[in-house]
Write a protein that binds this ligand. Structure first.
Ligand code: UT7
Length: 322
């Protein structure tokens, strides 16, 4: 066993769609501001489904596409910053729903870089244990972490899940990778802070909502993402022009355009679905990959640079042959 390959991809989003105009009906914002500054038009927001249910819906589709039996799965990783619980993990819940009794399952927390981090970790675990199959999921119900009175964050995010089935391969598929964490910038993007209790009988547990220094994160990302892609490309020992598709985390259309410009690559190589789903954090790259495969934009053998960035702050680029 030399590497892992992508066998199937899938995604699931909640049915309910919330448009920019709908947001503008209860918050001081406008379709014009949101569209112009971010490229977002709509987002899918969950009414009943939690993170595990969206993740499982994506996994059921994966099963329909690739016909694996639950017993064959050795590993399940859910990348998420909005798990159902602190414990059990969302991955353990998915393991139970799927009946994948042989799988080791755990969540991975790296915010919007989570899916790329999880692919890298899953690959290492399969390779070091000579395991055969892993399901890697990016899943979020971010709507439960948002303060819906805060227009600076509420308009940006959406809910959804994407999944891939990885399998052991005798051929090289992952050509290069670059993972980095900038803990000193952690306070630029935070959510879900819980504080220790002063009084043991105190029972008013609270979690902080999503907060982001948008301008600082924007500056960080537009500088770091091109550098990360260049490092990964160098490691892969290929030229930038050899990359067929750049799948960037869907945080802002302006960021994607700027990265394309900095890398001097045509925007047509940067598929986008931010208009429909907004920023779905760890689910974003997984949904984009699955949509591109479903639409025949990405085909077997294409070379992909996938780049996630966000909370931590974190950056993760993988270059792989699909
Ligand atoms: O997924 C994790 C990674 N995240 C990112 O990569 C996000 C990076 N950051 C961004 O994408 C952008 O910074 C944002 C989209 C978050 C914000 O865009 P911006 O162009 O940086 O806007 P800004 O924060 O500088 O705000 C500009 C103005 C402000 O008004 P003043 O101070 O100029 O009067 C804001 O109060 O826009 C105002 N504003 C809004 N107006 C209408 C902020 N949010 C809104 C809103 N509707 N929703």
């Amino acid at each position: 066993m030399k590497d892992v390959e992508f066998i199937a991809t899938s995604f699931a989003v909640p049915e309910r769609v919330v448009t920019n105009d709908q947001l503008a009906s209860f918050m001081d914002t406008s379709d014009e501001w949101i569209s112009k500054r971010t490229g977002i038009k709509r987002r899918h927001i969950s009414e009943k489904e939690n993170t595990s249910s969206l993740a499982f819906r994506a996994v059921k589709q994966l099963q329909e596409k690739s016909n694996f039996t639950p017993d064959e799965i050795d590993l399940i990783i859910v990348a998420t910053m909005s798990p159902d619980n602190m414990t059990p993990s969302t991955a353990a819940m998915v393991q139970e729903m799927l009946g994948a009794k042989n799988a080791v399952a755990f969540d991975l927390s790296a915010a919007c870089s989570g899916f790329s981090y999880a692919l890298s970790v899953a690959r290492s675990i399969l390779l070091s244990n000579h395991w055969q199959k892993a399901i890697v999921i990016g899943a979020e119900v971010l709507s439960k972490l948002i303060d819906w009175r805060d227009r600076s964050t509420a308009v940006l995010f959406g809910d959804g899940a994407g999944a891939v089935l990885l399998s052991a391969s005798e051929e090289k598929h992952v050509l290069g990778q670059d993972l980095k964490t900038f803990g000193e910038l952690g306070n630029k993007l935070t959510a879900g802070y819980t504080k220790p209790m002063k009084n043991l009988l105190e029972n008013n547990r609270q979690m902080s909502a999503f907060e982001m220094d948008g301008r600082e994160v924007y500056r960080f990302v537009t500088h770091q993402v091109p550098d990360s892609i260049l490092r990964a490309v160098q490691q892969a020992n290929i030229s930038l022009n050899a990359i067929d598709h750049f799948l960037l985390h869907q945080a802002n259309e302006r960021i994607i355009k700027q990265v394309a410009k900095k890398l001097d690559q045509p925007l047509s190589k940067f598929p986008m679905n931010i208009a429909e789903y907004g920023n779905t954090a760890a689910a974003s790259e997984a949904i984009l990959l699955a949509e591109c495969v479903a639409n025949n934009v990405i085909k077997k053998g294409d070379v992909i640079a996938m780049s996630g960035f966000g909370g931590g702050l974190t950056i993760a680029t993988l270059i792989f042959k699909f």
